[in-house]
Ligand binder design. Structure first.
Ligand code: UT7
Length: 310
């Protein structure tokens, strides 16, 4: 039995923060932000909208897309580093709100690779026959961690949520392989003090090397070569890092998802937000081989090769 994606849903807050707005509150410029990161705007949630609210909205859409009810869920995994509070977990909150009375619930903390970690966990439960339907969500309210006076981080991040229903699929569809990894020696480079702190240059060097490497590893574990890959959905941290991964796979520009311009870096939400965006744009078709990849605080990384469709 193989696990694959039955349906997806996303949510982003309505409130758009442009680079031009940030120019007014920080010593920065639209030109600097766009050339160094590729970001034009990001969504920022108001105070009353937390990670759980965004997850719930994305989850409802994912269930509809998958054509199943909340009662049919066996497990809910929420990847987030910005939960509403340290406990109860976001996953338990939305288990209750959805009425997913038969589902186990847990949060996963692997920063910008969290969605990949969650998907890999969900895949195991399905492929062992333990569970049939697993909801995997990447959700972040990064704006709650930002010091709006720190231009090194304030221009980079955004809020949002992406949800996926995993279930059993045909043998020639679904998740073929994954790679997860961690190098905690780089832990100081992105960390939470009172606010998020990042040594951008060090993370940049790590990411450029690790994203491409991990993509190749996932493809090889799937028994494929880079020529077989149809589409790349990388974590949307910085267009220059994403480009390095794309070049490693020798894919043309139009075969890589780029939503960093509209959503900024949404950490664990970035891969599912981008995947759903490309599906809606008609860029991903039945039978396509897709590579997903994320990296971030830990430092950690995760990648996955899958064939689209059920
Ligand atoms: O998802 C989690 C993973 N995180 C990442 O992937 C982030 C990885 N790193 C990056 O994306 C990039 O390193 C940044 C976008 C964060 C920074 O770009 P960079 O090309 O590495 O710039 P830099 O850190 O080398 O800074 C260059 C200059 C500095 O000034 P000096 O020291 O050269 O005078 C910064 O102070 O740019 C300055 N700077 C800014 N200037 C205008 C830093 N932030 C800003 C800003 N506006 N917002």
């Amino acid at each position: 039995m193989r696990a694959g994606i039955w349906g997806m849903g996303t949510y982003v807050p309505d409130n758009v923060i442009t680079n031009e707005y940030l120019e007014q509150i920080l010593d920065t410029s639209d030109e600097w932000i766009q050339t160094r990161t590729g970001i034009k705007e990001r969504r920022i949630a108001p105070d009353e909208i937390k990670s759980s609210h965004m997850s719930f909205a994305a989850a409802e859409d994912a269930l509809t897309d998958a054509g199943i009810t909340a009662e049919e869920l066996d497990m809910i995994i929420v990847a987030t580093v910005t939960p509403d509070q340290s406990f109860p977990s976001v996953s338990s909150m939305i288990q209750h709100q959805l009425g997913a009375v038969n589902a186990a619930a847990m949060d996963v903390g692997a920063a910008c690779a969290g969605y990949l970690y969650g998907m890999a966990v969900g895949k195991q439960f399905i492929e062992t026959g333990t569970y049939k339907h697993v909801l995997v969500i990447g959700t972040e309210k990064l704006s709650q961690t930002i010091n709006w006076e720190d231009r090194n981080t304030a221009v980079l991040f955004g809020d949002g949520s992406g949800a996926t229903v995993l279930g059993p699929v045909r043998e020639d569809r679904g998740i073929l392989s994954f790679e997860l990894g961690s190098d905690g020696s780089g832990g100081a480079h992105i960390r939470m003090n009172d606010y998020i702190f990042m040594n951008g240059r060090e993370v940049f060097k790590f990411a450029v090397r690790q994203m491409g490497e991990s993509c190749i590893n996932a493809v090889e574990k799937a028994g494929l070569t880079k020529d077989d890959v149809d589409f790349l959905v990388p974590h949307q941290a910085n267009i220059r890092i994403m480009e390095a991964a794309r070049q490693r796979l020798e894919l043309p520009q139009e075969k890589m998802s780029k939503t960093v311009d509209r959503y900024g870096n949404t950490s664990s939400a970035s891969v599912p937000l981008s995947l759903k965006y490309e599906i809606d744009q008609g860029k991903i078709n039945e039978g396509d081989v897709i590579v997903l990849v994320g990296f971030g605080a830990g430092l950690v990384w995760g990648s996955m090769a899958l064939v689209w469709g059920k």
